[in-house]
Design a protein around this ligand. Structure first.
Ligand code: SAH
Ligand code: SF4
Length: 387
């Protein structure tokens, strides 16, 4: 029975109106509920005090607010990132990372999209699937395979959770990146609906330029994204500047060749005017050579891009090595010398977004199973004090 109830976070405004109409309620009630969900962050119907009590009771009977349930939380060593592991209704686990940037200078230096609001930036990195079918060899999420897609509400709920934590300190989520578990363009409809929900000016009201979707390069999805009327930021995980190298670490490359991916990326930039972020996980002796850097510079010449170099974060299922800092710097300098704006992210472990998928693996291993109770989260969301 419960399973058949509409889950409110999955609905768009029109569907919410239809639901209210079915309950015999006027349109403005739908707008009120939308406001409670996405502006006031209500997690239950009782909190929706502008609704008549009878309606609240009726809603509690006939619908659910499908929040994610936190089961573990960790802080990064530098206290700049918090990771959450969430349990979904069917027991599946996904994770989000909330990254804090102290000041504007740090946020600008981070240079993902060069946009800040006020003094602090708070970026939440969210999951779009449980696992991933793309099988990138170095990725903890890829190593577990695809278990299922997330629903729009399960995606949005991760952001609402982060927002609730931040609001206690008077802060807000300023940026959302689809860089957690999963390949967002392989779950296009749900992901796009979640983008629209987060963007809605009458609700969560997050600007398109504050939203970034990261893809491994699914060309049809990239083209479809370009057709949407919200120009969100695109990040492209390339990791190899020749098909030969890319094939060995990103198996989906055998389906969509590099030249086609770059063409789709160029078209996305032309259509949206947005700067493309290129992600490159540096792996020793695999893709950290000067030749790869030169080829990458050739591929990106003339494009509005920013390259993020991420030294490999080791995972149990892959024996590739993290390059030495000197080697990583050399790669960066080779790109920079060819006029490609590049940032090398030297922060380690879960301090980088790239650690997504690893908290889950650390706690339950690569497969869905019960949680080790000793790792169940604290409810204290303040950072541990430096000691
Ligand atoms: N599927 C999408 C988004 C999720 S992965 C994509 O691939 O873009 C987000 C980023 O984390 C990608 O750039 C991915 O290559 C990177 N990543 C995955 N595993 C990593 C690891 N072990 N070390 C460093 N970066 C990693
Ligand atoms: Fe999937 Fe991205 Fe991991 Fe590749 S890097 S397996 S596309 S989540």
């Amino acid at each position: 029975m419960t399973n058949d109830k509409p889950r409110l976070l999955d609905l768009n405004p029109a569907e919410l109106e239809a639901l209210m109409a079915a309950l015999g309620e006027p349109r403005f009630r739908a707008r009120q509920v939308w406001d409670w969900l996405y502006r006031q962050l209500a997690t239950d119907f009782d909190a929706m005090t502008s609704l008549p009590k009878s309606l609240r009771a009726q809603l509690a009977e006939s619908a659910v607010i499908d929040m994610v349930e936190p089961v573990a939380e960790t802080w990064s060593a530098d206290r700049m990132a918090q990771k959450f592991l969430f349990r979904l209704r069917d027991g599946q686990l996904v994770e989000s990372v909330l990254m804090h940037y102290e000041d504007e200078a740090a946020a600008v230096a981070d240079a993902d999209e060069g946009v800040t609001r006020g003094a602090g930036r708070h970026t939440v990195c969210i999951s779009s699937q449980v696992g991933c079918a793309m099988g990138c060899v170095f990725c903890a999420t890829g190593q577990m395979g695809l278990l299922r897609n997330l629903t729009p509400g399960e995606i949005v709920a991760q952001v609402l959770y982060a927002e609730r934590i931040l609001r206690r300190d008077g802060a807000r989520v300023t940026n959302v990146v689809y860089m957690g578990m999963g390949e967002p363009l392989a779950n296009f409809n749900a992901v796009w609906r979640s983008v629209e929900t987060l963007h809605d000016p009458h609700g969560f009201n997050l600007g398109a330029r504050r939203i970034t979707l990261s893809t491994v390069g699914l060309v049809p999805g990239m083209r479809r994204l370009a057709e949407q009327d919200l120009p969100i930021n695109l990040a492209l995980s390339i990791h190899g500047a020749t098909d030969e190298v890319r094939d060995t670490i990103v198996p989906i490359n055998t389906r969509y060749a590099l030249a086609d991916i770059i063409a789709a990326a160029r078209d996305y930039i032309a259509k949206t005017g947005r700067r493309l972020t290129v992600e490159w996980v540096l792996i020793q002796d695999v893709n950290d050579t000067p030749q790869q850097a030169e080829r990458l510079a050739d591929l990106l010449r003339g494009m509005l891009v920013h390259v993020n170099l991420i030294p490999l974060n080791p995972t149990a299922g892959y024996d590739g090595k993290t390059p030495t800092p000197a080697r990583s710097l050399q790669f960066r300098d080779t790109l920079a010398a060819r006029g490609i704006p590049t940032t090398l992210r030297m922060r380690r472990g879960i301090d980088v977004q790239a650690g997504c998928g690893q908290l889950r693996t650390q706690i339950v291993g690569g497969r869905p199973t019960s949680i080790n109770p000793t790792l169940i989260a604290t409810t204290d969301h303040r950072p541990p004090t430096t000691g």
